[in-house]
Design a protein around this ligand. Structure first.
Ligand code: NAD
Length: 510
C-alpha cells in the first residue's frame, strides 16, 4: 500500500502532535485500526494521555499569541500553501480516506478536493474579515464593529468525513487568527495523522511556532471530556451524533464556552405530482446508498404524492435490485461497507424495529458474507414502506435505510410530514411547479438548514454555510459568513468632539 508510505503512516503511530513534533506516550493503550473494506489491520495508534493533552494545549496557547499578530492576509498565505500541499497529496490521502473509512475512492478524492477548496475559500476570506461602520446618535462620534480571534479552537470530528470537517474548521479558524487542536474520531485517526504529516512541511518551511495546528487522539471520555471542560478552549466545534452533541453543548455552555454543533440529520426528499423522475430517482438512490448511507445529509425519507407513489416505488425497487455492493476501491461498485460491525448491528436492529411497527421491507436488508465481504461490514441497502410517525423513522440510523412515505393533499401536507422530526439538517423538493417550490423555500416551508430544489439532500458545496436546525445543533460551518463563529465581535465608539454627550441624551452635570 504505497499510500501509507507516502503519508508517513507507520505500523505504530503516536496520538498527539504539537504541530511538527509527535509526543511519544505509549502506556495508554492503542487503537488498532482495521479497514472496513477488507477487515485487515492498517496500523495502530497509541492513545495520548492527559499530560500530552495539556502539552498540546499549552503549545497552542503560546502559538496563538504569535499567530494573532500575523496579518490576516499573511495567515491566508500559509493556508494557500497548505492547500497546495493537499493538492500534491490528493491521491494518497484520498486512497487512505477510502480505505480507512470505507467510502468510494471517488468520494475519498472528493473529500480531499473539498479540503483544497476550503483552503482557497479561506485565502480569499483572509482579506475580507470585515465588520460594519455604523452611524452614531451622538455628534462627532464614530461607531463600528470588528472581529477579533478567539484563541484555541477545539475540533471534535466524526468518522464519516474524517478530514474535510477538520479543514472546514481549521482553515477558517486559522485565517481568523486562532490556533486549532483537533480530536478526530477514534475510528479514523490515521487520516488525521496523515493530514498532520502533510501540513508539517508548511509549518517548518515558514518557521511557524509549534501549536497553530495540532492533534490529540485518545479515548473520547478522557481526551474528549478534557477538551469540553477546558477553559483554555473558548470554542469547541463538535461534529457527531445528537447524543454526543447534546452532552458536549451542555458541558461547554456550563463554562460559558462557545460551541458549534453539527449533529445528526433525518433528511427527506419530497416528490410532488410535478416531479421530474429522471432527476429525482438517481438523486434518491445516490442520496440513500452513497457512502453506505453514512453521510449526515444522506436521504433517509422520501415523501411521495399518492398519485405517483406506485410508479416511484416500482422504479426505485428496480434501481435497488441493480446495485453492486463490494469494495469501494472498485469503481464498478455503488455501495461500500459500513464503518464497523456495531453499525451493521444498528442497521439490522432498525429493520427489525420498523417491521414491528408496521413497516414493510420492499427490497434489501441482508448482511453479506463470503468472498469480498470478510470484514463483516457489508449490507444490502434496504427500502421500506413506512409511516413518518414510527419511532424508528423518527430516529437517524447511520446506514443505508430508505423509508418511502405516502402523502395525500397538497405540498403543505408533504412539508408538514417532512418537518415532523426532531432533526433539521438537509431537505429537498422535486417539482416543476413554481408555487410548490417557493412554498417549500418560504419561512412556512422547510425548517432545515439546507433546502434544495431539484437537487438531492446529500452533499453540499463549501461556498454555503453548512449546518442544520433543531437537534442538528444550529451550528454553521464552511462558507458564507460562518467565519464569524470563530471570532469575537467588538463594538467600538470613538468620540472626536470636545464634548462628552451620553447615549440616549442623558444629562449628568458635575
Ligand atoms: P459520534 O457522536 O459517535 O462521535 C463524534 C465525535 O465525538 C468523535 O470524535 C467522538 O470521539 C467524539 N466524542 C464522543 N463522546 C465524546 C465525549 N464524551 N466528549 C468529547 N468527544 C466525544 O459520531 P460518529 O459516529 O463519529 O459520526 C456519525 C454522526 O455524526 C451521525 O449522527 C452524523 O449525522 C453526524 N454528522 C453530522 C454532520 C453535520 O455536519 N451535521 C457531519 C458529519 C457527521
Amino acid at each position: 500500500m504505497d499510500f501509507l508510505n507516502s503519508l508517513a503512516i507507520e505500523a505504530n503511530n503516536y496520538g498527539a502532535s504539537t504541530g511538527t513534533q509527535w509526543l511519544t506516550t505509549t502506556d495508554e493503550g492503542v487503537f488498532e485500526i482495521k479497514s472496513p473494506v477488507d477487515g485487515k489491520t492498517i496500523a495502530n495508534v497509541y492513545k495520548c494521555n492527559a499530560s500530552d493533552y495539556q502539552k498540546v494545549i499549552n503549545s497552542a496557547k503560546s502559538a496563538f499569541v504569535e499567530w494573532r499578530q500575523v496579518p490576516a492576509p499573511q495567515r491566508g498565505d500559509i493556508v494557500r500553501q497548505i492547500g497546495n500541499k493537499l493538492r500534491e497529496f490528493k491521491q494518497p490521502l484520498g486512497e487512505l480516506v477510502a480505505y480507512e473509512m470505507g467510502k468510494s475512492l471517488q468520494e475519498g478524492l472528493g473529500e480531499v478536493q473539498e479540503m483544497i477548496d476550503i483552503c482557497d475559500f479561506a485565502v480569499g476570506l483572509s482579506r475580507q474579515l470585515n465588520g460594519s461602520t455604523l452611524h452614531s446618535e451622538r455628534p462627532l462620534h464614530r461607531m463600528y464593529d470588528q472581529y477579533h480571534p478567539l484563541g484555541v479552537v477545539g475540533v471534535i470530528s466524526a468518522f464519516n468525513f474524517p478530514v474535510a470537517v477538520w479543514s472546514w474548521n481549521a482553515m477558517i479558524a486559522a485565517i481568523c487568527g486562532n490556533a486549532t487542536v483537533w480530536k478526530p474520531s477514534e475510528k479514523t485517526p490515521l487520516t488525521a495523522i496523515a493530514c498532520q504529516n502533510i501540513i508539517k512541511e508548511v509549518l517548518i518551511d515558514n518557521k511557524l511556532p509549534e501549536g497553530i495546528f495540532s492533534l490529540v487522539i485518545g479515548d473520547a471520555n478522557v481526551i474528549g471530556e478534557d477538551m469540553l471542560e477546558d477553559k483554555n478552549v473558548p470554542l469547541v466545534s463538535v461534529t457527531g451524533s445528537t447524543r454526543v452533541g447534546r452532552h458536549a453543548g451542555q458541558k461547554v455552555a456550563a463554562r460559558f464556552g462557545k460551541s458549534i454543533l453539527e449533529l445528526g440529520g433525518n433528511n427527506a426528499m419530497i416528490l410532488t405530482p410535478d416531479a421530474d423522475l429522471k432527476l429525482a430517482v438517481p438523486a434518491i438512490v445516490f442520496g440513500a446508498v452513497g457512502t453506505a448511507g453514512q453521510r449526515c445529509t444522506s436521504t433517509r425519507r422520501v415523501i411521495i404524492h399518492e398519485s405517483i407513489y406506485d410508479q416511484v416505488k416500482a422504479v426505485l425497487t428496480k434501481a435497488y435490485k441493480g446495485l453492486r455492493i463490494g469494495s469501494p476501491l472498485d469503481e464498478n461498485n455503488h455501495v461500500g461497507p459500513l464503518i464497523d460491525t456495531d453499525s451493521v448491528q444498528a442497521f439490522t436492529n432498525a429493520i427489525k424495529a420498523v417491521k414491528e411497527e408496521g413497516g414493510k421491507v420492499l427490497c434489501g436488508g441482508n448482511v453479506l458474507s463470503g468472498e469480498g465481504y470478510e470484514s463483516g461490514c457489508y449490507v444490502e441497502p434496504v427500502m421500506i414502506e413506512a409511516e413518518n410517525h414510527y419511532q424508528t423513522v423518527q430516529h437517524e440510523t447511520f446506514a443505508p435505510i430508505l423509508y418511502l412515505i405516502k402523502y395525500k393533499g397538497d405540498v403543505n401536507d408533504a412539508i408538514a410530514l417532512q418537518n415532523d422530526v426532531v432533526q433539521g439538517l438537509s431537505s429537498a423538493i422535486f417539482s416543476n411547479n413554481m408555487r410548490e417550490c417557493e412554498t417549500f423555500l418560504s419561512h412556512w416551508g422547510s425548517d432545515c438548514g439546507i433546502a434544495n430544489v431539484n437537487i438531492g439532500t446529500s452533499g453540499a458545496e463549501i461556498g454555503g454555510a453548512f449546518g442544520g436546525e433543531k437537534e442538528t445543533g444550529g451550528g454553521r460551518e464552511s462558507g458564507s459568513d460562518a467565519w464569524k463563529a470563530y471570532m469575537r465581535r467588538q463594538t467600538n465608539t470613538i468620540n472626536f468632539s470636545t464634548e462628552l454627550p451620553l447615549a440616549q441624551g442623558i444629562k449628568f452635570d458635575l
